[in-house]
Design a protein around this ligand. Structure first.
Ligand code: SAH
Length: 252
């Protein structure tokens, strides 16, 4: 089953939070006239059919993608592509993740409403909103200050109760630990040990691991005991790099 999934993912050329080949955005959505130009409901349903074709069959997961307005998380320049199954630039060299990988990672976390999840890499806040929409308690860390600020304003405006922090997520969020699940949406070259320590026994972490700028492998890491983890590969992916210096904010 896992092998089939891996093949499927590669075939879909998953670009989770992948490097964008399009230029950085210049504005955020504003004005009802602009929004009225798009039929987001139809676009969203088309995206859902695509996700189903790529193996996302669980109605609960599809429903989360249906309920969270992705067009609120993309810059105005990309509104016409808000429901394309691809990552889009959000400024500072970062991207909002591809819907397929958001759906897949959310599914693989295997969490229930009321459980506590830590996300590393808030970015636009879309993945955090999807988890919050499901009713989990979300803690999310972003290393780029302006992105953390924008996500805070956006999530508050849309009514998603997400706890946010501007910091290097490598060290996790010890005061809020332990977590039922951890999701990492940028790619480190190894599993950050502080994150494993902040996972409950029985908890699951989903994260890409591999070299920056290339392809990585998406891993599902289950903490099976105090000192043991089990890992399963979910296939090849492309994510933006996991960075380590809070003061190295790239230009917008
Ligand atoms: N989950 C986001 C995806 C954003 S892309 C969304 O749904 O839009 C990944 C994000 O991880 C980027 O915003 C990047 O700045 C952030 N990131 C990279 N390294 C990080 C680190 N060490 N700690 C916290 N965030 C990090």
């Amino acid at each position: 089953m896992k092998r089939i999934l891996g093949t499927l993912l590669l075939a879909a050329w998953l670009a989770g939070c992948g490097p964008a080949e399009t230029p950085a955005p210049t504005a955020t959505p504003s004005g009802s006239a602009l929004l009225a130009a798009y039929d987001f409901d139809t676009e969203r349903e088309r995206l859902l059919r695509e996700l189903e074709a790529f193996g996302i069959q669980e109605e609960g997961i599809l429903d989360l993608i249906r309920r969270v307005p992705r067009h609120e998380f993309v810059p105005a320049d990309y509104l016409d592509r808000a429901y394309d199954n691809r990552p889009l630039p959000i400024g500072y060299g970062q991207t909002i993740s591809q819907p397929l990988i958001v759906a897949l990672m959310t599914r693989e976390l295997g969490v229930e409403p009321g459980e506590r999840v830590l996300e590393i890499g808030t970015g636009s806040g879309y993945q955090a909103a999807v988890l919050a929409e499901f009713g989990v308690e979300v803690y999310s860390i972003e290393i780029i200050g302006p992105l953390a600020d924008q996500a805070a304003v956006r999530l508050e405006r849309l009514g998603y109760p997400v706890q946010l922090r501007h910091a290097d997520g490598y060290f996790g969020w010890p005061e809020a630990a332990p977590f039922d699940a951890i999701i990492v949406t940028a790619a480190p070259d190894h599993v950050p040990q502080p994150l494993v320590q902040q996972l409950k026994v029985g908890g699951i972490m989903v994260l890409p691991i591999g070299p920056p700028g290339g392809y990585q492998e998406l891993w599902k890491v289950t903490r099976v005991s105090e000192d043991q983890v089990e890992t399963v590969s979910l296939g090849g992916v492309r994510f933006v790099p996991f960075t380590r210096e809070t003061d190295a904010t790239p230009p917008p």
